[in-house]
Design a protein around this ligand. Structure first.
Ligand SMILES: *[C@@H]1O[C@H](CO)[C@@H](O)[C@H](O)[C@H]1NC(C)=O
Ligand SMILES: *[C@@H]1O[C@H](CO)[C@@H](O)[C@H](O)[C@H]1NC(C)=O
Ligand SMILES: *[C@@H]1O[C@H](CO)[C@@H](O)[C@H](O)[C@H]1NC(C)=O
Length: 186
């Protein structure tokens, strides 16, 4: 009996290792650039695409980060304040269990203090996550590849994501700057 059981247990152990390895390998990251126009995941800029600027070609934009530091050399630029509006957002859907959104952050003095605040809320399938808030640091330059949102244990399946500016209640006259560079989903 012993001789029979041992090889069976050995085989079960090997298949469990193979299965676990396969399951981990199946989870892979996909990067989506802000400027992508076709594909599985395409950000929709609202209220219209023209309400957002393609930041890297925007002469009139106050924020001028280094394109060489941005993913694929591109980013989207938009500002929102309670006085100026219009209300801006972007939306997309993806299938997966993890999501990361990357922004470029501005600071002073290469940007005005009151217009370099980055503050955003992300909603996944109708559930709003705690906001990301960055107030500019005097003396600092731009910051690249900053995750303004990360969720790693979403249910598997398709998710609808909305990102919107949220003016901090502590700074109601600030203009909120959004420099969206890319997203990663798994
Ligand atoms: C996907 O990217 C995130 C952020 O860079 C990283 O933390 C994570 O480990 C990556 N996951 C995989 C499966 O490569
Ligand atoms: C890089 O940007 C160009 C547009 O400038 C776009 O056509 C291309 O799909 C982007 N590449 C990646 C890998 O996102
Ligand atoms: C942003 O997120 C915070 C924290 O979850 C929430 O209290 C607030 O109502 C949200 N704001 C909007 C406009 O959804």
């Amino acid at each position: 009996m012993r001789i029979l059981i041992r090889p069976l247990l050995g085989q079960a152990h090997v298949s469990l290792i193979l299965f676990t390895t396969f399951a981990l390998a199946a989870l892979h990251n996909v990067t989506v650039d802000d400027s992508v126009l076709t594909g599985t995941v395409v950000p929709q800029y609202l209220p219209s695409a023209s309400a957002w600027n393609q930041g890297n070609t925007c002469q009139g934009c106050a924020a001028q980060p280094d394109p060489a530091m941005a993913y694929n050399g591109t980013w989207h630029d938009a500002s929102y304040s309670l006085l100026s509006g219009p209300f801006l957002s972007f939306e997309f859907s993806f299938a997966g269990t993890a999501l990361y959104l990357y922004f470029i952050l501005a600071n002073a003095p290469n940007f005005l203090l009151l217009t370099a605040t980055t503050s955003v809320n992300v909603t996944v399938d109708g559930v709003t996550f705690p906001p990301f808030v960055h107030f500019p640091t005097p003396g600092a330059g731009y910051q690249y590849n900053v995750p303004v949102f990360a969720a790693e244990s979403l249910a598997s399946g398709t998710h609808t994501v909305t990102l919107q500016p949220i003016v901090p209640t502590s700074a109601p006259t600030d203009s909120v700057l959004m420099l969206f560079d890319y997203l990663i989903y798994s």
